[in-house]
Design a protein around this ligand. Structure first.
Ligand code: ADP
Ligand code: MG
Length: 229
């Protein structure tokens, strides 16, 4: 009977997650469908055509990132764990974020410690960094500065990664709600990004401290144990 209850509970979780994914992904897909219909109009001006294709691509990226977030929450049995060079992961995240940052007039500064290696799944770690960076950029609608840093502490055998933005910041109440599922203050937000960040860093035995000041900006301070050896 116990086994049966667990099985039913598991099925409930699976169906809840499936319903959420379907719901979240449907919005961008509906929007893509609409814009493709508009694009089929032969009278459409070049300007509009460009604008609509850009939106279509953006919406497809949004669907892709929602799926990526849900996948990060799942813990596949055969997930590959390996030593990750923090500098490389930060550089990759920086590369992926740079066009988005450009678009929003955000300048990125980097300062990496070359010696750091952590242990975990490369794709998930990168996803966490990208989610943090995306939120930072989205917090600076009028442009600003995004700083990515890493530094090793030999004594405690940890690496500290800081991601600082000069954006809108958060008040106490918002900070407290950070990381709860579906908490979002954005029109097209999913409120999954931060939950994914916390879950991934937690899975790597790391710790996240978030400091923020309304109107001044936000700093994510991530501390991770160095990979053994
Ligand atoms: P989403 O980005 O889809 O809204 P997230 O889970 O990534 O969902 O973030 C949840 C909320 O946390 C955001 O809507 C925003 O209000 C707040 N937030 C997260 N990071 C920052 C940041 N760097 N600056 C200001 N607010 C932030
Ligand atoms: Mg986000």
């Amino acid at each position: 009977i116990q086994d049966e209850i667990i099985k039913v509970e598991k099925m409930k979780v699976v169906s809840e997650i499936a319903a959420s994914v379907a719901h979240e992904v449907r919005n961008p897909l509906t929007s893509v469908r609409g814009f493709i219909q508009l694009l089929a109009d032969p009278m459409l001006s070049d300007g509009k055509r460009q604008q609509f294709s850009a939106i279509t691509l953006e919406e497809l990226d949004r669907a892709e990132s929602i799926i990526a977030d849900y996948l990060s929450l799942a813990k596949p049995q055969n997930e590959k764990l390996e030593a990750i060079v923090v500098e490389d992961a930060l550089a990759k995240a920086f590369q992926i974020l740079s066009s988005y940052a450009n678009l929003q007039n955000v300048a990125i500064t980097t300062e990496f410690d070359s010696a750091a290696e952590v242990y975990g799944n490369q794709a998930k770690f990168r996803q966490a960094l990208i989610n943090i960076g995306k939120n930072a950029i989205e917090a600076m609608p009028d442009g600003g500065e995004l700083t990515l840093k890493s530094s090793v502490d030999d004594e405690s055998r940890t690496v500290t990664i800081t991601v600082r933005d000069t954006g809108i910041g958060m008040n106490k109440e918002q900070l407290n709600r950070l990381g709860s599922p579906y908490y979002s203050t954005k029109d097209k937000g999913t409120g999954l990004g931060t939950m994914v960040i916390f879950s991934i860093i937690d899975g790597m035995n790391g710790h996240i401290d978030v400091q923020s000041k309304v109107g001044a900006g936000t700093t994510y301070i991530i501390t991770l144990p160095l990979a053994p050896g």
